[in-house]
Design a protein around this ligand. Sequence first.
Ligand SMILES: Cc1cc2nc3c(=O)[nH]c(=O)nc-3n(C[C@H](O)[C@H](O)[C@H](O)COP(=O)(O)O)c2cc1C
Length: 167
Amino acid sequence: MKTAVVYYSYDGSTRVAAEVLARQLGADVFELEEVKKRGKSVLSFVAAGFGALTGKRSRLKNDFAAEMKNYDCLYIGSPVWANRTVPAVNAFLDSLDAAGKKIVLFTLQADPNVESAPDTCLLAHKQALEKRGATVLRLLRLHGASPGKTVESGHIEAQLSAQAVEQ
Ligand SMILES: Cc1cc2nc3c(=O)[nH]c(=O)nc-3n(C[C@H](O)[C@H](O)[C@H](O)COP(=O)(O)O)c2cc1C
């Protein structure tokens, strides 16, 4: 089974998790980039949160549509913004030809209480992907870091070893 890890990261933690997962799974990695680069001001933070909260889709430099045809299993990673997935990941999920794919959605959040975080948004993605013929194997919620900080890979590895990752 060929596996890809696709992610967007603003502060680096989802990138760290994507790289750890890719190493463990022997997967290829694809980073989603937005056409319009986000700044780091308070205004950018508020705009980012508002965009996620209202389910925005951003324009991507590359949605990897052609590349994704080569993979059976996709790990798709998003930071949590306002308890939602981010606009870049929303756009990727919209454009994905999901039929027949096995999918794991993983998220990184600042709140260490990953189990109690609301998962309405992830469940909505799961339902929509399954309607399009994908099988969502699991929703993997990971603790990242506070906004502006980047998680250490050891912290991701510890969380993953507590909840065995498989294809
Ligand atoms: C605009 C914005 C909104 C956020 N909202 C939440 C939130 O609702 N819950 C949470 O636990 N963390 C929230 N965070 C923190 C991020 O989820 C956390 O820093 C994560 O590790 C970021 O991943 P990244 O480094 O890949 O961007 C938010 C961060 C930003 C920038």
